[in-house]
Design a protein around this ligand. Structure first.
Ligand code: NAP
Ligand code: ZN
Ligand code: ZN
Length: 346
């Protein structure tokens, strides 16, 4: 299937128009016309090889919302014309204990990523969602509630699920003090979900100009972390801290904000190790944990939750020829709050 896309041809190079062939629609496959494709900071890290050696040409994009254009003979989950979503992985081994538990993101053999890796056949380079069409096995695609606008849905497929999953796992609800570090694509979804679950939510941001937006999204308070003096007043305040910061930070400053038995969940992945001051952990039985996206059942649950509560990502829709500027602006924390490519402009 002829596919138009935007690709980085080598590490750190600007994205340019690029064509390739996707596989034909197999018996269990669904083909879609991509409507919108979100720009995740993980795309930027991988194009820049900040996570180690990557595969080029690279077509990034793992926040995909589109419309089904054809289905294979044995497909039962989708019909032509329905809206469909694709996230960070397109397959997994299907037989390990994680896959059997619906936690495909933790597949013991490694999930099959939407790009920057090999497809399930082991020989085709997976090409992501900055493209006009896509082909996927129906088991790894999601249904999108019909009341939701696809522009704000695309980022739910990574940013949304990546915050929904730890918010559910750590049983966020009324009476809990939750902090979200970084009000970007992931962070703003964390605010919306934690507020929807009934928690008291604080945004910890180094961009004071985002305060009004944070409160409009439902956050109860906003702390400007660019002023170190502001940390003292919120020491030992939080049950749960969700760290979505894409850059290197001094994690100890934030660990001190946990109350007894509190947990700081690392979600942001700058690509370098943190230095942890162990005495800060001991004092208060504090924990550091990690969390990675979410599995297929939880992604569907999240999309249904968004349909019921009318939750969407806040987006700036762009044409494909603006991708490189969007990367620069995302790194500068200058996006409200996710860039989404209108795939009809690719
Ligand atoms: P993003 O939209 O760029 O948001 C990151 C936020 O971090 C910025 O908006 C900014 O928030 C804050 N920040 C950036 N530079 C900073 C600095 N120097 N000091 C302090 N704060 C800074 O990125 P994203 O798409 O949400 O992704 C965030 C991170 O999560 C990335 O590292 C990405 O790779 C990772 N990620 C992880 C998973 C997972 O499964 N765990 C999934 C997707 C993405 P303020 O302006 O409010 O300070
Ligand atoms: Zn992502
Ligand atoms: Zn598996």
């Amino acid at each position: 299937m002829k596919t138009r896309a935007y690709a980085a041809m080598s590490a750190g190079s600007p994205l340019v128009p690029f064509s390739f062939d996707r596989r034909d629609v197999g018996d269990h496959d669904v083909a879609l016309r991509v409507s919108y494709s979100g720009i995740c900071h993980s795309d930027i890290h991988q194009v820049a090889e900040e996570w180690g050696p990557a595969i080029f040409p690279m077509v990034p994009g793992h926040e995909i919302a589109g419309i089904v254009t054809s289905v294979g003979k044995k497909v039962t989950k989708f019909k032509v014309g329905e809206s469909i979503g694709i996230g960070v992985f397109i397959d997994s081994c299907r037989t390990c204990s994680s896959c059997e538990a619906g936690l495909q993101q933790y597949c013991l053999k490694g999930m099959i990523g939407t790009y920057n890796g090999m497809e399930a056949d082991g020989k085709t380079v997976a090409m992501g969602g900055y493209s006009d069409v896509f082909v996927i096995n129906e088991d790894y695609a999601l249904r999108i509630p019909s009341n939701l606008d696809l522009r704000g849905v695309a980022p739910l497929l990574c940013a949304g699920i990546t915050l929904y999953s730890p918010i559910k796992h750590w049983k966020t609800g009324p009476g809990m003090q939750v902090a979200v570090m970084g009000l970007g694509g992931l962070g703003h979804m964390g605010v919306k979900f934690a507020v929807a679950m009934g928690a008291e939510v604080t945004v910890l941001s180094h961009s004071p100009k985002k305060q009004a937006d944070a409160l409009a999204m439902g956050a109860h308070s906003f702390i400007d972390t660019s002023n170190p003096d502001n940390f003292k007043a919120i020491e030992k305040k939080f049950d749960l801290i969700l760290n979505t910061i894409s850059a290197e930070i001094v994690i100890d400053d934030y660990l001190k904000l946990l109350k007894l038995d509190g947990t700081l969940v690392v979600i942001g992945l700058p690509g370098r190790p943190y230095k942890v001051n162990v005495s800060t952990l001991l004092n208060g039985r504090r924990r550091i944990a990690g969390s990675m996206i979410g599995g297929i059942p939880e992604m569907q649950e999240m999309l249904n939750f968004c349909g019921e509560h009318n939750i969407l990502s806040e987006v700036e829709v762009i044409n494909a020829d603006y991708i490189n500027q969007a990367y620069v602006r995302t790194v500068a924390s200058d996006v409200k709050y996710r860039f989404v490519i209108d795939a009809s402009t690719i």
